[in-house]
Design a binder for this molecule. Sequence first.
Ligand SMILES: Cc1cc2nc3c(=O)[nH]c(=O)nc-3n(C[C@H](O)[C@H](O)[C@H](O)COP(=O)(O)OP(=O)(O)OC[C@H]3O[C@@H](n4cnc5c(N)ncnc54)[C@H](O)[C@@H]3O)c2cc1C
Length: 383
Amino acid sequence: MDLQISAEDQEFRAEARDWLHRHVPARRLPSLETGAGFAAHRAWEQELHADRWSVVSWPQQYGGRDASLLRWLLFEEEYYAAGAPGRVSQNGINLLAPTLFEHGTEEQRARILPEMASGATVWAQAWSEPGAGSDLAALRSTATRTEGGWLLDGAKTWSSRAAFADRAFGLFRSIPVEQSGARHRGLSYLMFPLDAPGVTVRPIGRLDGKPAFAEIFLDGVFVPDRDVIGEAGQGWRAAMSTAGNERGLTLRSPGRFLAAADRLVELWRQVGDPGDTAMAERVADAVIGARAYQLSAFAAASGDGGPTGAASSLNKLHWSELDLTLHETALDLLGPDGELADVEDWSEGYVFALAGPIYGGTNEIQRDIVAERLLGLPKGRRG
Ligand SMILES: Cc1cc2nc3c(=O)[nH]c(=O)nc-3n(C[C@H](O)[C@H](O)[C@H](O)COP(=O)(O)OP(=O)(O)OC[C@H]3O[C@@H](n4cnc5c(N)ncnc54)[C@H](O)[C@@H]3O)c2cc1C
């Protein structure tokens, strides 16, 4: 592995740092899980896009800079180090876009990607259903053939920020299992507007009172053929490429955790007890975890381009458990002060970190995938 970062790559990094230094809002934006915060974060996406920083790794024709994986990693490091706002467009740019690059048509890419890059269209992921989470192939929502397209019926749940998003991408059964022969066959991957006739979006009450998480009900929603990704009935393949990106590097880059590790070290310097060697070791372990994730990403950048398939499950276990370690260590360092508003970054971050082992496929399932497909261990008994 060649860890030399060329002068040109360093220049790219410096340009990103300089831009972020001049543009990152001095005050934290309101939470992107609220209506006002969502709008403020969409405006931030537009600002990033205006100077072509919203999707650096994409081709220029769609608003990107054709940046290599390494440059994207450097950009992400600078982004999080600068304390820049969360990405309200993350479902689109990190999950749907890579799927469109791999399985979409040229027409879909030309129509969809520029508006995604600018924040004009913000996407939600509509996969989970009551009764179909870990076992996604159990989904019951349907796509029924009609003239020129499909009619969607059913209910989706746990859709992040769907209460405010513009469009959604989801999986639907278009061929009954009795005909397709297997549950993973006969599924179609479709995109639809969240304000189309027949769509009802109902926010799910969260413990923190923020209203962005939602259920989506579909009642005969028309989707034209041009909004099917890949071949109708073959949606599982494209869906697995979306899942690979959710678990792989794309959704959670090392920059996010390196920035948190730096903050943790700063916190240790401020409030840590130098005599508490057990706590010092926990801080060191968390920092080592973040550095290890960075180095594995650099290895991917100088090699095969990043974890895909079953290897992305291993990656997801790493980042989601690292996030918890970082936040638990910070809260233990703070003690009861961790609950105070001026250090709320850590307690809010902790609550979100708790969800990491659940979204993107639970860590129990990822361990099964690693055991069976990477290590070749025998399949467990399923209930
Ligand atoms: C913050 C957050 C954001 C989310 N955003 C979205 C989104 O935008 N779009 C979307 O579609 N979904 C989203 N989800 C839903 C998420 O994908 C599901 O919660 C997840 O797939 C688990 O499904 P489930 O909740 O139905 O749990 P279940 O599948 O019912 O699992 C319950 C428990 O049983 C365990 N379990 C289940 N099957 C097995 C097995 N075979 N072996 C061992 N253990 C097993 C699981 O690991 C888990 O601990 C989000 C979830 C969270 C928490």
